[in-house]
Ligand binder design. Structure first.
Ligand SMILES: Nc1ncnc2c1ncn2[C@@H]1O[C@H](COP(=O)(O)OP(=O)(O)OP(=O)(O)O)[C@@H](O)[C@H]1O
Length: 287
């Protein structure tokens, strides 16, 4: 079995997230099998793999956003030492204290019938006067690069551009002071330069707030630049867990395939790029 946890300077301290032998099934479909994962305070972990490899199922199981059709079992599923009960889907998903999630589509996490301000205030109000919470909300909007926070407080999500909505979603996710931020394909809908800006913002804000980050992505290059550790999934299993700085020395053929499939100036001299099917010897299999 490949190792599915990695060494980290803070190993020995309690992990923020600790998962052992996690299975996610949808009826006969085994979406995730036997996943082990530890995320340490402040660590940035990326889950990478092709479409259908089980990344989102794993992230949703941790966050408690699993669909009703999912059956989740685990020997351990703990956030800061507290067991998370994911035995049944909630009719209306509720926030797990200490955990925030952001999505590719900001409309999935923003409520369309509440103004931006009321959604931010809902997170910021506990323990604060209304005035303090309002000031904190403006501060958060400013932090995520919104230049006219007073106006944005009063608008509804659909009145904002996609990029602005994403910034608002980030402000709400981090204003709740999570110890773990899960970001599911946060940049897939953005063009390359905006994707880098968005990832920089996620990483720098999370670092400032002392939140560990779990990014779910197809993009191995994004992992290389923004993650400490890369968790590689293939057909529902974690096949390799590797320091991002070691990606070029990956052991598993699938990880090597993912790295080799990224077009670079050097690879452009190849007659053709390898495909994952050719790397895994599954070329010609039925899709
Ligand atoms: N609600 C669902 N009901 C039934 N099967 C599902 C459901 N959600 C996912 N699956 C199946 O579970 C497997 C893993 O899907 P999952 O979405 O977790 O993978 P992924 O790696 O995140 O893919 P993508 O990158 O395309 O989102 C796939 O075979 C998928 O078809």
């Amino acid at each position: 079995m490949p190792s599915t946890t990695t060494s980290h300077p803070e190993q020995g301290t309690q992990p923020v997230l600790s998962v052992r032998n996690l299975d996610v099934r949808y009826g006969d479909v085994a979406a995730v099998t036997g996943a082990d994962l530890d995320i340490h305070p402040g660590q940035r972990v990326a889950i990478v793999g092709e479409s259908g490899s089980g990344k989102t199922s794993l992230g949703n199981a941790v966050a408690g956003f699993q669909p009703a059709a999912a059956t989740i079992t685990a020997d351990r599923l703990e956030l800061q030492g507290t067991a998370l009960d994911r035995s049944s889907a909630q009719p209306i998903p509720t926030r797990t204290p200490g955990l925030s999630m952001i999505f590719q589509d900001a409309m999935r996490s923003l409520d369309p019938v509440w103004t931006v301000g009321s959604q931010l205030l809902a997170v910021l109000k506990p323990g604060r006067s209304r005035k303090e919470a309002h000031r904190a909300a403006l501060g958060w909007l400013d932090e995520v690069g919104i230049t006219d926070p007073e106006r944005v407080m009063d608008v509804y999500p659909h009145q904002l551009s996609g990029g602005m909505r994403q910034r608002v979603m980030m402000a709400i996710a981090l204003a709740s002071k999570p110890s773990l931020l899960i970001a599911d394909e946060p940049t897939s809908a953005l063009d390359a330069s905006l994707a880098v800006t968005a990832m920089r913002l996620i990483v720098s804000m999370a670092e400032r707030e002392d939140a560990a980050v779990l990014v779910i992505t197809h993009d191995i290059e994004l992992c290389r630049h923004f993650a400490d550790v890369v968790v590689v999934m293939y057909h529902g299993e974690i096949v390799e867990t590797i320091a991002a700085s070691d990606l070029d020395r990956a052991q598993h053929p699938y990880t090597r395939g993912l790295v080799a499939c990224v077009p670079t100036l050097a690879s452009a001299k190849l007659e053709e790029l390898p495909t994952l099917a050719s790397v895994m010897g599954t070329e010609g299999d039925a899709a």
